[in-house]
Design a protein around this ligand. Structure first.
Ligand code: TUI
Length: 315
């Protein structure tokens, strides 16, 4: 069985995190992944701070295994969430889309293990210096908010730079991706898009269907002109968004207004005019299945590949 130092640090069976996907990662998905031996994560992006508190309480009822919360630092209620997770006794946090430096002292004092998501060596080093337990290094193959570098070059550079465990994210969707990430120097992986198709994932059926029907070139990045690049499925929403960005007569405020609430509309209502955030590997997701089967497929697939790797060189 594949194990690494992050398993002992977090008391999890497999070095596998489920991405804390905005609106989509709730108690249902997180508890299913934790019960399957990975680390389930609840997103802080939901219908407000109290809704997230509720998901945390539900998750505690659905699993006795460790789980965490992902805090999206650019959200207007990030400060409120930062305090609420302490009140709720959450023990593991990941953070995204910024630096969690201002919250670190309070979280560490509460005994919370903090695992920031970063997209560069510079930020990985900064996070290590302020007391991160580990880091998730996320390449731009991932869905949602993306950085500049891609997984293949980001992971070895981050792994060389820091001493804390590195969890690879971005483009990892099956055992091949897990094995590759470990070879690149990662101590574990974070998988998002594949879990969107899990039976326990509560996104609208239209969202799952779009993921399952996606092919290799189904995603695109929008939002670069606003300073918030986001990868999502190509839909009338995302192509209109891109057109607005290249039209000099459209103001950034108008573009922002067009995008507001679009992810929620996709996740909750399956609205064709919503934003279907997804990673490049959406084209590899073929069916809906229980989270436990996804976890087993990822980990046993990687183990088989790693055990037989040398055979493939002898043909
Ligand atoms: O956070 C993510 N991915 C996300 S957040 C999100 S919610 C959203 N909703 C509507 C519109 C846009 C987004 C969807 N997907 N991933 C983690 C991640 N963080 N990737 C890269 C980073 C990152 C980037 C820059 C972390 C820190 C950073 O630096 C900021 C600094 O202070 O230097």
């Amino acid at each position: 069985m594949i194990k690494s130092k992050i398993c002992g640090i977090l008391d999890i069976r497999y070095p596998l995190f489920q991405g804390g996907m905005a609106w989509a990662a709730d108690a249902s998905l997180a508890s299913a992944v934790s019960n399957a031996g990975g680390l389930g994560l609840i997103s802080s992006i939901n219908a407000g701070t109290e809704a997230v508190r509720n998901e945390i309480r539900k998750c505690k009822e659905l699993t006795d295994k460790p789980f965490g919360v992902n805090i999206m630092l650019q959200a207007p209620n990030a400060g409120e969430i930062a305090a609420m997770v302490i009140e709720e006794g959450v023990k593991i946090l990941t953070t995204g889309a910024g630096s969690p430096a201002q919250y670190m002292e309070a979280w560490k004092a509460a005994g919370i293990k903090v695992i920031p998501v970063v997209a560069s060596v510079a930020l990985a080093l900064k996070m290590q210096a302020i007391g991160a337990t580990a880091i998730v290094a996320e390449g731009a193959e991932s869905g949602g908010h993306v950085g500049e570098l891609h997984t293949m070059s980001l992971i070895p550079q981050v792994a060389d730079a820091v001493d804390i465990p590195v969890i690879a994210a971005g483009g990892i969707c099956d055992g091949r991706g897990v094995a590759a990430a470990l070879m690149l120097g990662a101590d574990g992986v974070q998988v998002g898009t594949r879990f969107l198709s899990a039976e326990e994932c509560t996104v609208h059926p239209n969202y799952k269907e779009r993921i399952i029907k996606a092919s290799d070139n189904s995603t695109m990045i929008t939002g670069k002109t606003l300073g918030h690049p986001v990868r999502s499925l190509k839909t009338p929403f995302s192509t209109t968004f891109a057109k607005m960005e290249s039209d000099p007569s459209v103001t950034p405020e108008e573009i922002l207004a067009f995008g507001t609430g679009a992810l929620r509309k996709a996740v909750k209502e399956g609205d064709p005019n919503g934003s279907y955030m997804a990673g490049e590997c959406a084209g590899m997701v073929k069916k809906t299945e229980p989270a436990r089967d996804i976890v087993e497929d990822l980990m046993s697939g990687a183990e088989k590949l790693l055990r037989t790797a040398s055979d493939r060189l002898e043909k």
